[in-house]
Design a protein around this ligand. Sequence first.
Ligand SMILES: [Fe+2]
Length: 482
Amino acid sequence: MRCDDKLATARNDLSDARGIPVSYSNKEAIVALENAHESFLAFHGDPLEMVNTIIERHPDFMLAHLFKAACLTQTIENRVRDDLVNTVSAAEALSATATDRELAHLRAVSAWITGDVSAAVTEWENALAHNPLDLLALQIIHLTYVLFGQVKGQRDVVARVFTYWDESIVGYEHVLGFYAFGLEENGEYERAEQMAKRSISLRSENPYAVHAIVHIMDMQGRYREGLAFMYDHAERWTASGFTVHLWWHTALMHLDLQDFERVLEIYDSELRASQDTASLYEEFDATALLWRLRLLGVDVGDRWIELADKWEPSAKDTLYAFNNAHAMMALVSDSRHIASQVLLETNDRYARESSNDNAVAIRTVGLLFCHAIKDFHENRYAECVDRLLAVRHQLDHLGGSYVQREVLIWTMFEASIRAGRYALAVALANERCELKPGSVQRWLDLARGLHGLGDMSASTAANDKAAVILAEHNDRSQTLES
Ligand SMILES: [Fe+2]
């Protein structure tokens, strides 16, 4: 539905497409903001560029400033901080005529810039409770819960308002996409898949729902099926702003199927190529992929160099704990000793001197992971294992998805093998095989642990199991291709 049509269905000219009052009376501006929001939801185009144009023409449009501020919160990078603070100030200056919903959004972004993410989310939740069709609040809460590892919240924020939504309401397909991902992260794969497929049926080019599907496939070890889905539906995501992350997921499935050549092809053509203009989020994916290859002993050539170049300026960045762990992977892998030390010292000082939510995450888990990565690189495998073991059940606090955080569990496994702690390695591998029995890599890992323990027959059996799974995947591949 075009936004002009959406507005025609709104209750009056001072409402958005879902009938929520807006304290600005220019219909054209409201339509333009709806388009910018749709761009943000669908990972299509540049919502910030769109909202900047709107603000230029309509500087008194408070909701446009609030939308821009909400978008900027999700960047989690120091480079946008001044823009975010100025945008919040501009919104605040217009608050005299604001609606209650707009005031709640203003309190949310105001809390965010002080570092109080919990207070910010509480305000957005307040806005959503009063306006269950507030799609911006719903989206930002969901994404913030993903960023900061509030796993149940990712699902439950949608559950709280889902009863008010149906396909007659503009943006329903996105709500289904958020719900699908939240359900997936909470292990409710069947329902998640239903939601994601329903979302895609309503809107074929829907990268977030595609993303939910690829997570479901990964978590269930449905790699060959997942690859078929991704390649068959490439038109739904390869032109989107989510492309790099979705290629990363595709590469991970090839990785489990031991097709390292294809993994490196994807890295070079899709992840590496984006590096000139990449956001940290994209560098994050590239780093995580190279680190996984490193754990497997795959030669990645000189690929770490340009990635370390990208991360090095962020060594003093204290905004996001999970970024730090990834920055450390790149910095140590290219022997950037000074930068890795700067990262540790900057974040150590920040964690001691600040009390906001991010500082707590860095203090409790973030720094430990950075040290563990450094330990691994410097062959102190036992120390690496001990650090990770101590916080392994607090992994959620790092944020991101289960699949993203899995890199640290994998690091712990590899370090335990290299430290000669085979019983632990076997225990970790058994756990991972049990949770994802369709993974070739996990059975290969188990075989290595058992070999270390000296249980050769069990090791051979685990290797055989990996071979059988790989053959089943390949058989399935031929069936899917025929
Ligand atoms: Fe993902």
